[in-house]
Ligand binder design. Structure first.
Ligand code: PHE
Ligand code: FE
Length: 301
């Protein structure tokens, strides 16, 4: 669902074979589950081959069903920029080939997608983003995970994240986020920065003349949360506020109780352009907020 959250709590396991051939596996949470991808095949920067021929007919069919279910419910719920770009993914009848997709992306915004075995450490993640390379998990979920998968798979990463990389302003934001992540690592502020990723790249909403729409990949790749985020009266929807977001914890195992709403991708880019150094310091001096807290200063939609 979210690279940054996941990697923030990732466990770097030692190579069991004692040789340093592949990259160390990264698992979600406390490392009790075996990593799903083959980290032994990854390069030091965690990229690997997509190995497209190893997908089975059942894998392609599952991808097609995921894509079709999701594409059908985009109108009225997803932002127009996403809807316009989703067809760039090509025919959903097969899992897209990353190299063909990268061709198109390079022409549009200079981005490319690279395969990774799954979750990767945050430094590796930030470094790829800062070079306009978006890491996409190679494996696809199992059929019984059709409605929910704990870790990001190829459907979440591709369908959720890649379309907006065709949008120039969002594409620049993602690169700036990567560069900012490298800086946050040096400053020990990755947790604060991860919240920004969570509440924008993964679960962001945008105000449009037609109403609120989703642009976050976690929403857009979720069968149920897409409708919930736009139509349910349960969650609160608050105006984008950088420092407020950095203070706000989030839930990784349920629909969000708060969504933050931007007015435009330009607003998002501009609001995150200033040096975060002093901002991290200020935020560290404030109490943290629960995912469902409400402040008198919140702009409520
Ligand atoms: N301006 C941020 C910094 O100085 C970099 C950044 C940009 C971080 C966009 C996130 C998103 O660290
Ligand atoms: Fe994600």
């Amino acid at each position: 669902m979210a690279e940054v959250t996941a990697v923030a709590s990732s466990v770097m396991a030692p190579d069991p074979r004692g040789i340093n051939r592949g990259a160390a596996p990264v698992t979600y949470g406390h490392g009790e589950r075996a990593p799903r991808g083959d980290y032994a095949q990854a390069n030091a920067d965690y990229t690997c081959e997509q190995d497209w021929r190893t997908y089975s007919a059942a894998d392609h069919d599952l991808y097609r069903r995921l894509h079709e279910r999701q594409a059908a419910q985009l109108p009225g719920l997803a932002c127009e920029e996403f809807i316009a770009a989703v067809e760039q993914l090509g025919s959903p009848s097969q899992i897209p080939r990353f190299d063909a997709l990268s061709e198109k992306l390079r022409r549009a915004t200079g981005w490319e997608v690279v395969a990774v075995p799954g979750l990767i450490p945050e430094e590796a993640f930030f470094s790829l983003l800062s070079r306009r390379r978006f890491p996409v998990t190679g494996w696809i979920r199992k059929p019984e995970e059709f409605d929910y998968v704990v870790e990001p798979d190829v459907f979440h990463d591709l369908f959720g994240h890649v379309p907006l990389l065709f949008n120039p302003m969002f594409a620049d934001y993602m690169q700036a986020y990567g560069a900012g992540g490298l800086k946050a690592s040096r400053l020990g502020s990755c947790e604060h920065l991860a919240r920004l990723y969570w509440y924008t790249v993964e679960f962001g909403m945008i105000a449009t003349p037609a109403g609120l729409r989703a642009y976050g990949a976690g929403i857009l790749s979720s069968a149920g949360e897409l409708r919930y985020s736009v139509n349910s009266s349960a969650p609160q929807r608050l105006g984008f506020d950088l420092e407020r977001i950095m203070r706000t914890r989030y839930k990784i195992d349920s629909y969000q109780s708060t969504y933050f709403v931007i007015d435009s991708f330009k607003q998002l880019f501009d609001a995150t352009a200033p040096d975060f150094g002093p901002i991290y310091q200020r935020v560290a001096g404030h109490v943290e907020l629960a995912a469902d807290d409400r402040l008198p200063t919140d702009r409520v939609f």
